[in-house]
Design a protein around this ligand. Structure first.
Ligand SMILES: C[S@@+](CC[C@H](N)C(=O)[O-])C[C@H]1O[C@@H](n2cnc3c(N)ncnc32)[C@H](O)[C@@H]1O
Length: 383
């Protein structure tokens, strides 16, 4: 007997869809279809165990459980009521319903969300005379509805907390980037373990920690739980060997050529706490220093960093002075390095006065950014 493949949708930071599709392919996903903000794919149910455990780029993995055309909230209620919810999870599990929509004609998404919750509860009441509780903070089951102009698709979230929550970072720092975006920057840089990696404005150390996990083959989800563990379909006999294989493939936490600097002791203190908590303090070298003064830690390698960005007017003026100096530092101290700088400032190349060899559009949350690539050779071309 051949089982019909399950359909999934993995979300990710916008700009990383193609790289996420590569990751999913490695885990055995089929029918990959990258779209805005994520990738649709299919495979056996257990594929979602692997993707949740191993994906460094995904934010969530959603399992498609139903869907159909709709005109109004009543259609959404009836469509939701037609699903056999009690076969998907136990009535003891707390739930939440989330909705995202593109071009939906509905007046109130909140009301439509409520109608899905009603349908789920009504279906449970019919089956077992009880209904699941709603918990908006820490639900055990997340139901996700995605509306286009005409179609409502229903998913169960197999991730639980967002996948960028690796369960490693204890101190978030002042302006941290999400772990999956950090991993995306590293992938886009083409860095490979063994090559020196340098974040000279490392803040709480997110980029460094992601690089260390890649170098040591640490599965990003190895220290956390997932939403799929709360589903009726969950099979511990399948999950445990997948988890054990990942743990066995992990390399010992030996020193790597991964280097972090930050001017502020408080930022470095955050990074230290995080590295220690993750057992990576012996793997990465951290030192306090001003990027404009520190030497490069090796004669070649890859710089991956997100410099401070100005929100207030005073900060912007400071940054306008800072960027040309950063360009000078790259040219004077970093010949032989390729630098990847994430910035929301589209004028960065002009300010830094070096020619970018590549600009990759990315989103840091809602903030549109570019990852600027600079290949620094001795006497690098000045703009
Ligand atoms: C946007 S944050 C980086 C956040 C980091 N990627 C993380 O996830 O925590 C920029 C960092 O640059 C540091 N910084 C600012 N000016 C600096 C300088 N001149 N030299 C070194 N670090 C600097 C700040 O302390 C801050 O931690």
């Amino acid at each position: 007997m051949t089982m019909k493949p399950e359909k999934f949708f993995a979300t990710c930071p916008r700009g990383l869809e193609a790289l996420l599709a590569d990751e999913l392919r490695v885990q055995g996903a089929e029918n990959l279809a990258p779209t805005y903000g994520g990738v649709a794919f299919s495979g056996k149910f257990e594929l979602c165990y692997r993707v949740n455990l191993h994906s460094r780029l995904a934010s969530r993995v959603l399992w498609r459980i139903g869907g159909g055309e709709y005109d109004n909230e009543e259609d959404i209620y009836q469509g939701s009521l037609s699903l056999d919810w009690p076969s998907l999870f136990s009535v003891e599990r707390s739930i939440v319903v989330k909705m995202t929509a593109q071009k939906s004609p509905l007046k109130s998404l909140e009301f439509a969300t409520l109608r899905i919750k009603d349908a789920v509860c009504d279906r449970f009441r019919d089956a077992c005379n009880a209904r699941p509780d709603v918990d908006i903070r820490e639900p055990e089951i997340r139901i996700h509805a995605f509306l286009t102009a005409t179609v409502c698709t229903l998913y169960l979230d197999t991730s639980g907390a967002s996948l960028f929550k690796r369960g490693l970072r204890v101190q978030a720092g002042a302006a941290p980037i999400n772990e999956n975006l950090a991993a995306g920057l590293i992938k886009l840089s083409g860095w490979r373990p063994g090559v020196p990696l340098f974040d000279p404005m490392c803040g709480s150390g997110t980029i460094l920690m992601e690089a260390a996990q890649i170098a040591l083959n640490i599965a990003p989800g190895s220290g956390r739980h997932f939403g799929f563990e709360n589903l009726a379909r969950f099979d511990g006999n399948v999950w445990t060997p997948i988890k054990e294989a990942a743990a066995a493939a992990q390399l010992p936490a030996t020193a790597q050529p991964i280097f972090g600097r930050d001017m502020f002791g408080s930022s470095l203190a955050d990074a230290r706490v995080n590295l220690e908590a993750a057992g990576l303090d012996q793997v990465i070298e951290l030192k306090q220093g001003n990027v404009l003064e520190v030497p490069a830690p090796a004669d070649h390698g890859v710089i991956v960093t997100n410099p401070p960005y100005g929100v207030r007017i005073g900060e912007q003026a400071e940054l306008l002075e800072f960027y040309p100096k950063l360009g000078d530092w790259l040219k004077r101290k970093c010949a032989g390095w390729n630098a990847y700088i994430l910035s929301a400032d589209m004028e960065l190349p002009k300010r830094i006065r070096l020619s970018a060899t590549r600009r990759t559009p990315l989103f840091n949350g809602a903030l549109e950014c570019r990852l600027f690539e600079y290949k620094i050779v001795a006497g690098s071309a000045r703009k």
